[in-house]
Ligand binder design. Structure first.
Ligand SMILES: C=C(OP(=O)(O)O)C(=O)O
Ligand SMILES: [Mg+2]
Length: 428
C-alpha cells in the first residue's frame, strides 16, 4: 500500500516568474506527497544539472516541459511499485536511471522533485509529521535536534540585484534570541528599521531577488554600516543580539586569478585580508564563499584566517552539497561549515549523506533556499530534522521567503522541547 502508483508533474512559476517543476507522488492507498524545486542564479559550476527546454519565449524563460515528461514517463516506469518508505532505494533507482555524473539526462530538477515528494508521501502514509519522518530517515533522535538560527538576507547585491554592491548577501543573524519566534521577530524589526533608514538617507527601497533591499551604496562597508545602524535603531545590540553573515559569492567577481572588487584587482591573499579587515570593523559571524570555487588552493588559508578571529567559514559553490567534492574539501582543511542546497545535488539521500559527512568531520551545516524559490517549505523541516545549525531563506518579507521561517515557528510548536541552535562562536 506504500507503493508508488502514480507520478504527476507540472510547470509552475517560481518567485522570479520563471517556470519550475512541481511533482505529486501518489501511493497505492491514495496518500499524496507534493514538492517543488527551486532554481539558483549564482550557481556553482559543479552543481547537478538543471534541465530546461531548448526554446525560450522572449519573456517566458526556458520551460521545464521536458522535465515534466521525464517524471511522468521514464521515472514513473522505473519506480512505480517501489515503496515510498524506502527513500534510499528510490533515490538510487533515480540515479541509476539517469546514468550520468551530474543528472543531466533526466535533469536534477526532475529527480529532486520526485525525491522530495516521495518523502512527503511516506510521511503521510506513516501518519507522522514530515519533520519526524525526515529525522528518522536521517538517523536522528528527536531529542537531539535543535531549531536553526535564521540568516536573513536584508541587503541584496551581486547577481541578485542591480544595487551594484559586490557582496551578494548581507544577512542578519539573530543569535541572541532564545526562541525561534523571537529570532524571526528580531530580524523582521531590523528589516523595517533598515527600510526607514534607507528611505531617510534618500536611498531607494526596492528589493532584489531574495527580498532584501537593493540600495545603490558605494561600498560593502557602507552596507555594513547602515545594517549596524538598523540593528541599533530596532533596539538591539550588534554582536550581542544580532550579528551579520556575508555571502561574497566570490565566483561572480573572480577572473584570471584576481578578485575584481570595488575597483581593485586583488590576489587571494588580498581578499583574505579584506575579509579579516571587515571582521575587525563589524560584528560579522559568518563568511560564505569568501573565495571563488576555482581558488581551491587558497581556501585553507581563508579557513585558518577566519578560525583565528572565530568566524564561521562557510562553503557553498565550492562544495555544491556534493559528498565526493566535500570529502576532498574536508581532507584539505577547507571551511568549517557547509551550505546545504538539495537541488545542488539532486536527491534527498545524497543531501543527507553530505550532512552526515559534515557532522562526522565536525563541520556545521547551514540549510539554504535558492534565489528563485517557490512557497514549498521542505527545507525548513529538513533543516530541523538534520540538525542544521542555521537556515537562510532570504529577507523576512515576501511569501516564498517567509514561508520557510514561518514553518520553523510551526515546527517549534510541533516539537516544543527543541532549543534554538548555538555555535556561532565569535561572540559566545
Ligand atoms: C542562495 C544563493 O544564491 P543562488 O540560489 O542564486 O545560488 C547563494 O549563493 O547562496
Ligand atoms: Mg552562496
Amino acid at each position: 500500500m506504500s507503493k508508488i502508483a502514480q507520478l504527476k508533474a507540472r510547470e509552475i512559476l517560481d518567485s522570479r516568474g520563471f517556470p519550475t517543476v512541481e511533482v505529486d507522488v501518489v501511493l497505492e492507498n491514495g496518500c499524496m506527497g507534493r514538492a517543488s524545486v527551486p532554481s539558483g542564479k549564482s550557481t556553482g559550476r559543479n552543481e547537478a544539472y538543471e534541465l530546461r527546454d531548448e526554446d525560450e519565449g522572449r519573456y517566458r524563460g526556458k520551460g521545464v516541459l521536458k522535465v515534466v515528461e521525464h517524471v511522468q514517463q521514464d521515472i514513473l516506469h522505473s519506480i512505480r511499485g517501489m515503496s515510498a518508505l524506502d527513500q534510499a532505494a528510490i533515490d538510487d533507482a533515480l540515479i541509476q536511471l539517469d546514468g550520468t555524473d551530474n543528472k543531466q539526462r533526466l535533469g536534477a530538477n526532475a529527480i529532486l522533485g520526485v525525491s522530495l515528494a516521495t518523502a512527503r508521501a511516506a510521511a503521510k502514509y506513516k501518519n507522522v509529521h514530515l519533520v519526524v519522518h525526515l529525522a528518522e530517515f536521517a538517523g536522528h533522535h528527536l531529542d537531539d535536534l535543535t531549531l536553526p538560527i535564521p540568516m536573513m538576507n536584508v541587503i541584496n547585491g551581486g547577481k541578485h540585484a542591480d544595487s551594484g554592491i559586490s557582496v551578494q548577501e548581507f544577512k542578519l543573524v539573530p543569535h541572541g534570541a532564545t526562541k525561534i519566534s523571537q529570532a524571526i521577530q528580531m530580524g523582521a524589526e531590523t528589516y523595517h528599521a533598515l527600510k526607514d533608514l534607507l528611505a531617510r538617507q534618500g536611498h531607494r527601497i526596492s528589493v532584489g531577488d531574495e527580498g532584501g533591499f537593493a540600495p545603490k551604496l558605494a561600498t560593502n562597508e557602507a552596507a555594513l554600516q547602515i545594517l549596524c545602524e538598523a540593528i541599533l535603531a530596532a533596539g538591539y545590540q550588534p554582536g550581542q543580539d544580532i550579528s551579520i553573515g556575508l555571502d561574497f559569492a566570490a565566483n561572480d567577481f573572480y577572473a584570471n586569478g584576481k578578485y575584481h572588487l570595488e575597483g581593485h584587482d586583488w590576489s587571494s591573499d588580498d581578499m583574505i585580508e579584506y575579509c579579516v579587515q571587515l571582521i575587525n570593523k563589524f560584528p560579522i559571524v559568518s563568511i560564505e564563499d569568501g573565495l571563488a570555487e576555482d581558488d581551491w588552493d587558497a581556501w585553507p588559508r581563508l579557513t585558518n584566517a577566519l578560525k583565528k578571529v572565530r568566524v564561521q567559514c562557510l562553503g557553498d559553490d565550492i562544495f555544491v552539497t556534493n559528498p565526493r567534492i566535500f570529502a576532498q574539501g574536508i581532507q584539505q582543511g577547507i571551511a568549517d561549515a557547509i551550505l546545504i542546497k538539495p537541488n545542488q545535488i539532486g536527491t534527498l539521500t545524497e543531501t543527507v549523506r553530505t550532512m552526515k559527512m559534515a557532522a562526522d568531520a565536525g563541520y556545521k551545516t547551514v540549510m539554504s533556499h535558492r534565489s528563485g524559490e517557490t512557497t514549498d517549505t521542505f527545507i525548513a523541516d529538513l533543516a530541523v530534522a538534520t540538525n542544521a545549525r542555521q537556515m537562510k531563506s532570504g529577507a523576512p518579507a515576501r511569501g516564498e521567503r517567509i514561508e520557510k521561517y514561518n514553518q520553523l515557528i510551526r515546527l517549534a510548536e510541533e516539537l516544543p522541547d527543541l532549543q534554538l541552535a548555538t555555535g556561532l562562536y565569535r561572540f559566545s
